[in-house]
Design a protein around this ligand. Structure first.
Ligand code: SF4
Length: 405
């Protein structure tokens, strides 16, 4: 099982952001109460967590590094004291330049954080300003070098394409500048224009122009090409890693791992623990009128629940245990769709044998028509043991994935 901890504080709100985060100007007066509430929620979920331990912990936001050293220490030691964590767990803290210094980086390293995910977005200061980010490239560079000095040897840098004022050339400069620093992992997301944000209003009113779809597509193609030159392998639509440095936490999301999310707006994805919803070889045999073959007893996919904490920090601090609600119950049919949608994000694709073992049906029985249709259109590649998006398919991934619902 994986753990996600949401820290909904930021120095100020970026112009494109619709995540649940509260701009606090760098001061977080309620942080102490908030951290205490997170640890109370963790404590209350002991039964769900079980004894095998978290294989990954991701402290995300917001900007977790707006927390003071004292609050970060209380949080991280509290997690280790409150729940089992495997010895080789990946422990990531998301951070933003402008909220880091040597003391905080050293402390995180000492507390056992072994991966940083730094939100740079662009190496061009004019583009950072257009996004409303609080930092400059020079501040990022200083933080990055300090992080290396204090011993972080697994760092992700987040970049963005489609920024107002960004050109193909400036984007390529950002890619080459960052790849030249040799972080272990680079994520490159397209800017998504979210309704209700200041950037959305400016674009709607014609005050700001975005690079456009064509440029965005060119930037996407360029990303794979340039990062490959620097030894990065694309393993997911937007994620690139040096060998051995895929993000284990996100890989968990894409491969159906259970996760517990703490904090307002955090989601959890957990097995039905009652045992009623467990799909067994016998239940598949009954469902198929006694026709199911021998799956070696390995069909053990349970009905899953998606839970959500409401995006309300006041309600959360008042009652961190009771606010959670069930958002969705995922039955076998939903889980089969979800398997395809998530696996197709990965360059490794969806595995036929794994699918059969999980669900007791072959992938072709359930999705054969769709697979044939998109293979014919050159958007999917049938590799025999698995099915994966082609380069062309990655460009229109969302519309292909919709067909598996
Ligand atoms: S730092 Fe991230 S979470 Fe915070 S406002 Fe900016 S985009 Fe949103």
């Amino acid at each position: 099982m994986e753990l996600y901890v949401h820290i909904p504080f930021c120095v100020r709100k970026c112009r494109y952001c619709d995540f649940y985060s509260l701009p606090n100007g760098g001061q977080v007066p309620e942080a102490e109460d908030y951290v205490r509430a997170l640890l109370r929620e963790l404590d209350s979920r002991k039964e769900e967590i079980g004894g095998s331990g978290f294989t990954s912990i991701f402290v995300g936001g917001g900007t977790p590094t707006v927390l003071s050293c004292k609050d970060l220490e209380t949080l991280i030691t509290g997690i280790f004291d409150g729940a089992p964590v495997t010895r080789d767990a990946e422990i990531t803290v998301e951070c933003n330049p402008g909220t880091l210094d040597t003391e905080k980086l050293t402390l995180m390293r000492q507390l056992g954080v072994n991966r940083l995910s730094i939100g740079l977005q662009s190496a061009a200061n004019a583009e950072l300003k257009a996004l409303g980010r609080i930092h400059t490239y020079e501040e990022f560079l200083k933080n990055y070098e300090t992080a290396r000095k204090v011993g972080f040897c697994n760092i992700n840098v987040d970049l963005m394409s489609g920024i107002p004022g960004q050109t193909i050339e400036s984007f390529e400069r950002t890619l080459r500048t960052v790849a030249g620093l040799e972080p272990e992992h680079i994520s490159v997301y397209s800017l998504i224009l979210e309704e209700g944000t200041p950037l959305y209003s400016d674009v709607e009113a014609g005050r700001i122009l975005l690079p456009g779809e064509d440029a965005d597509r060119q930037m996407y193609e360029l990303t794979g090409k340039v990062l490959a030159e620097y030894g990065y392998e694309r393993y997911e639509i937007s994620n690139y890693a040096r060998p051995g440095h895929r993000c284990r936490h996100n890989m968990g999301y894409w491969t159906g791992e259970e996760y517990l999310g703490l904090g307002p707006a955090a989601a959890s994805y957990l097995r039905d623990k009652s045992g009623n919803g467990v799909i067994t070889e016998e239940s598949v045999r009954q469902e198929q009128g006694g026709q199911a073959g021998n799956f070696g007893g390995r069909i053990d996919y349970a009905v899953m629940y998606r839970y959500k904490n409401p995006p309300d920090i006041t309600a959360y601090i008042a009652d961190p245990v009771g606010v959670r609600t069930v958002e969705e119950r995922l039955e076998k049919k939903d889980l089969m769709s979800e398997y395809m949608i998530l696996r197709l994000r990965l360059t490794g694709g969806a595995d036929r044998e794994e699918f059969r073992k999980l669900f007791g049906n072959t992938m072709d029985e359930i999705f054969g028509d769709t697979i044939r249709k998109y293979t014919g259109l050159g958007l999917l590649e049938d590799r025999g043991d698995c099915v994966a998006l082609t380069e062309k398919g990655f460009d229109v991934a969302n519309s292909v994935m919709c067909e598996f619902i």
